[in-house]
Design a protein around this ligand. Structure first.
Ligand code: HEC
Length: 155
């Protein structure tokens, strides 16, 4: 017989299947290369830390940063460490020398109390020693408080 032997047909089919396999692999690699950066960018784009409010809060926090840390730190600043602030009673950060006024105020820090404090610390707790006049804009206070809530939470 002059035609292809069954062995040759088998070999050429295997070869064709191999080509299809590699073509599919290449497609998969290209697809992954195209979609991976998008897939990786997605969680960040929808996360809290990307919101305009968070960014505004982070900017406003620059005013507080010289005196306060939001993460536990061995370094003592001028003001008490604010790590774990939400739910904490005022004047209770360990080893900080609070004023008698803030120590005896017994405020539980949450969105509402922080808003009052940051509007005018001297009005909420007369005699406190935080050298900060306050933030008049309520939207700015809300942004700053939500930033502090995220960053001061222990993770
Ligand atoms: C010049 C330094 C300084 C700046 C600026 C400052 N603070 Fe303070 N802060 C202090 C001091 C000192 C105390 C303690 C006051 C006391 O004992 O009477 C304090 C207390 C606090 C407390 C109460 C903490 C606790 O443990 O009860 C909060 C909350 C707070 N500050 C938030 C802020 C935020 C938010 C800002 C920025 C808008 C800010 N502070 C800016 C120095 C500062």
């Amino acid at each position: 017989m002059m035609g292809l032997s069954s062995e040759a047909i088998g070999r050429s089919m295997a070869c064709g299947a191999k080509r299809v396999f590699w073509a599919a692999m290449m497609m998969a690699v290209v697809l992954m290369a195209l979609t991976l950066p998008v897939a990786m960018a997605q969680p960040a784009a929808s996360s809290v830390t990307d919101s305009p409010t968070y960014k505004r809060g982070r900017l406003l926090y620059i005013q507080c940063r010289a005196c306060h840390d939001l993460k536990p730190s061995p370094v003592e600043k001028v003001g008490p460490n604010l790590a774990g602030l939400f739910g904490r009673t005022s004047g209770t950060a360990p080893d900080f020398g609070y004023s008698p006024a803030l120590r005896s105020a017994k405020i539980t820090w949450d969105n509402k109390t922080l808003d009052t404090w940051l509007e005018k610390p001297g009005t909420m707790v007369p005699g406190n020693i935080m050298a900060f006049a306050g933030i008049a804009n309520s939207a700015d206070r809300a942004a700053l408080i939500s930033y502090i809530e995220v960053e001061s939470a222990s993770r």
